[in-house]
Design a protein around this ligand. Structure first.
Ligand code: ADP
Ligand code: ADP
Length: 219
């Protein structure tokens, strides 16, 4: 479902963000992307969403070569992706419910249907009772779960979560991961990055990045 073939990314002459990455993520897999800050985790995730393009090599998502995708094709690609990135903060001037409805309303869904879907998504992350609140009234972990609800409201096949547990205490981090894992358990492919070794689980597949290079995966 996600394939990297000898992918490198160079932002500038000095800095190689990713070096010769080859990997394959199957449909329905739950994969952690681990490595210290600066290892290239965000860059790798952004390439899957066509937010960055490879300098060399191929990134294939759902059979589509990201290096060849046209600007007009990007919304179609992203419709299948649930993105949880630091850049995409919640809008603090509107309710939790309105935030989660947004991906549906921008794509022209009728309001009542959008609201029903958004409430179902909030229910799945355990925050239905906070629907009317503004995001700033919620804890950091709860805000992150709202971001998850917003990311999955379109029923994407793939979830990309970039450091979703950053700045959270253990209990909140666990709830955020549990929310993500609930979608994995219904068949959604999940890629979750973290620099926090405590987040990693022995049960899941872990891909380690270090200075842009892939370390050998444990068998
Ligand atoms: P991580 O997510 O693991 O912290 P990043 O993918 O953000 O790593 O960064 C990998 C490397 O690429 C770092 O050295 C970073 O400084 C560099 N980098 C990331 N984004 C850019 C950019 N837009 N322009 C130039 N360099 C960048
Ligand atoms: P409804 O049919 O009322 O939208 P569902 O139980 O079918 O309720 O879905 C509830 C929410 O779960 C959806 O609005 C969607 O946000 C989220 N969801 C996202 N991806 C999936 C998936 N692959 N399977 C089930 N639910 C998903």
């Amino acid at each position: 479902m996600i394939e990297f073939q000898q992918v490198s990314k160079q932002y500038s002459a000095e800095a190689m963000a990713l070096r010769d990455i080859t990997l394959n993520i199957e449909k329905g897999e739950l994969v952690f992307l681990a490595g210290p800050s600066g290892a290239g985790k965000s860059t790798l995730m952004k390439m899957i969403a066509a937010m960055e393009r490879p300098t060399s090599g191929k990134v294939i998502v759902n059979g589509q070569d990201i290096g060849k995708i046209r600007r007009a094709g990007i919304p179609f690609l992203r419709r299948n992706l649930g993105l949880i990135f630091q850049e995409q903060r919640l809008l603090n001037d509107r309710s939790v419910l309105a935030n989660v409805m947004l991906p549906l309303t921008v794509s022209g869904a009728p309001r009542a249907a959008a609201e029903q879907r958004a409430r179902a998504a909030l229910d799945k992350v355990g925050l239905l009772e906070r629907a009317a609140d503004e995001p700033l009234a919620l804890s950091g972990g709860e805000q992150q779960r709202v971001s998850i609800a917003r990311a999955i409201v379109n029923r994407p096949q793939i979830i990309l979560a970039d450091e979703p547990t950053a700045n959270l205490d253990r209990a909140s981090a666990t709830r955020v991961l549990d929310a993500l894992k609930a979608f994995h358990s219904v068949g959604v492919t999940c890629l979750i990055s973290t620099h926090d070794e405590l987040v990693l689980e022995s049960a899941a597949r872990v891909i380690h990045l270090q200075q842009g290079e892939l370390l050998k995966e444990a068998a």
